[in-house]
Ligand binder design. Structure first.
Ligand code: 5GP
Ligand code: ZN
Length: 112
């Protein structure tokens, strides 16, 4: 989608700090990190939210990429959190599916 900020990040139009990239998925550092490690993992394909996923391979690619990034960043010992905000009550602000990978501090529960 031409006016989507995450599509522009995925295709390099908007600069970001990439931590992972393959044919289906890109991952980059969140511009406003909520933890010492805060990475966003997104499909290259524009999908507006988790509610709009039709092909289950999107999930396997997104989740397995996030787990791989967590392993490569050495997060497995202390742990990490994966979050997908969906819609208004879910706190979603960017309408392109994204998974937050958060780590580096003790994350509270329940969320706000
Ligand atoms: P949401 O609230 O939709 O679950 O998460 C959107 C996330 O995208 C937020 O954590 C926000 O900081 C991040 N974000 C928004 N615009 C940009 C941007 O231009 N670059 C990067 N790297 N992150 C962004
Ligand atoms: Zn998009």
């Amino acid at each position: 989608m031409s006016d989507c900020i995450f599509c522009k990040i995925a295709n390099g139009e908007i600069p970001s700090q990439f931590v992972y990239s393959d044919d289906y998925v890109v991952a980059f550092k969140d511009v406003n990190p909520q933890a010492p490690v805060h990475v966003l993992v997104i499909p290259r394909e524009h999908i507006a939210s988790s509610a709009k996923v039709e092909d289950s391979s999107v999930w396997s690619r997104l989740m397995s990429s996030a787990a791989k990034i967590a392993r490569e960043l050495g997060l497995e010992t202390d742990g990490y959190r994966m979050v997908i905000n969906t819609g208004e009550h879910g706190g979603q602000t960017v309408p392109h599916l994204h998974l937050h990978l958060l780590a580096g501090r003790n994350l509270g529960w329940p969320p706000g």
